[in-house]
Design a protein around this ligand. Sequence first.
Ligand code: ACO
Length: 335
Amino acid sequence: MPTSVVLGTGHCVPERIVTNDDLARLFDTSDAWIRERTGIEQRRWVPDEGGTGGSDLATEAARTALQAAGLGPADVDMIVYATLSPDHFFPGDGCFLQAKLDVPAGVPALDVRNQCSGFLYGLAVTDSFIRSGSYQHVLLVGAEVHSTGLDRSNLGRDVTVLFGDGAAAVVLGANDSGDGRGILATELHADGRHAKVLWTDAPSCVDRGRMTVEQIQARRHFAEMSGRRVFKHAIECMPAALHSVLGKCGLAVADIDLLITHQANLRICEAVQKQLGLRDDQVFNNIMRYGNTTAASIPLALDECVRAGRIRRGSIVAFASFGAGFTWGAAVLRW
Ligand code: ACO
């Protein structure tokens, strides 16, 4: 049976940098508060005049990833697209990306809606398709435009400081060589009892007209979050998933050359690192520069590591994520 190897990576973020001081001009917050609680120093936002969707950023990220893989759009035989901020209610962003990138008609495009765990859910699905022999070259993308949906008033400041826009892509292909490289194990989880701990109520198909004036006035179209509950579960679930997924492939925490956790909050990443007893050189964080880019955060960090030469052939690379749903998961690869 083939394994799934990463053939190329890429990312794309908007040019516009929004610093903590910029946010402090919009609502009551401060650079010191944001840095201390989240580690974030700046994030990227698409232009306020609109017109840029996640699929636009994804298209650029995908082009770079395909180039790194030495492939072109015509070589892609499946698209898997993870996002919580699709360009439109429907159809899925995978179809918009397919058209913008010129991936041939007929190639399937699957959208994954698992928020911060979207990339890992997409990775697990991709791995299954490749190992079963169904597809040879899968383009897996995580992309978000959060900035258009952030409450830029005092009422939304706890959420707004966290999120940034960005996209990243990974091209995965089948490895039949038997050299032991590729995805070694993945593991996914969800607990829907916490679905409304971090969620956006509107627009909603439950309500006639899908969005009412009252909902907008009550700011129900902005994300709501119990930050402390997210924090608590994240630092429990990610280490547990990592121990479990490492156990599945006969590895231990000490074998990890590089851990990339979902970049939700630097304090969460640090707490996970501490619990696992990993050294600084075994982890990578870039939330300081991008904020939380949700489905894009793990592949964006991965692409930076690849380009900085932090991952070598044979390296053991681990991922862990946690987010709304709650959903969480982990994966281990031999690079
Ligand atoms: N600037 C200044 N003050 C703020 C801000 C802000 N941006 N936001 C909240 N405050 C205030 C609150 O109003 C509160 O004031 P009070 O004491 O007068 O009532 C005070 O700061 C403390 O608020 P808490 O919410 O208790 O602050 P906490 O220490 O929990 O930090 C934070 C909040 C940073 C959101 C933290 O809970 C967190 O990071 N949790 C995890 C959230 C997360 O990672 N979410 C995304 C993951 S899932 C996904 O990616 C989809």
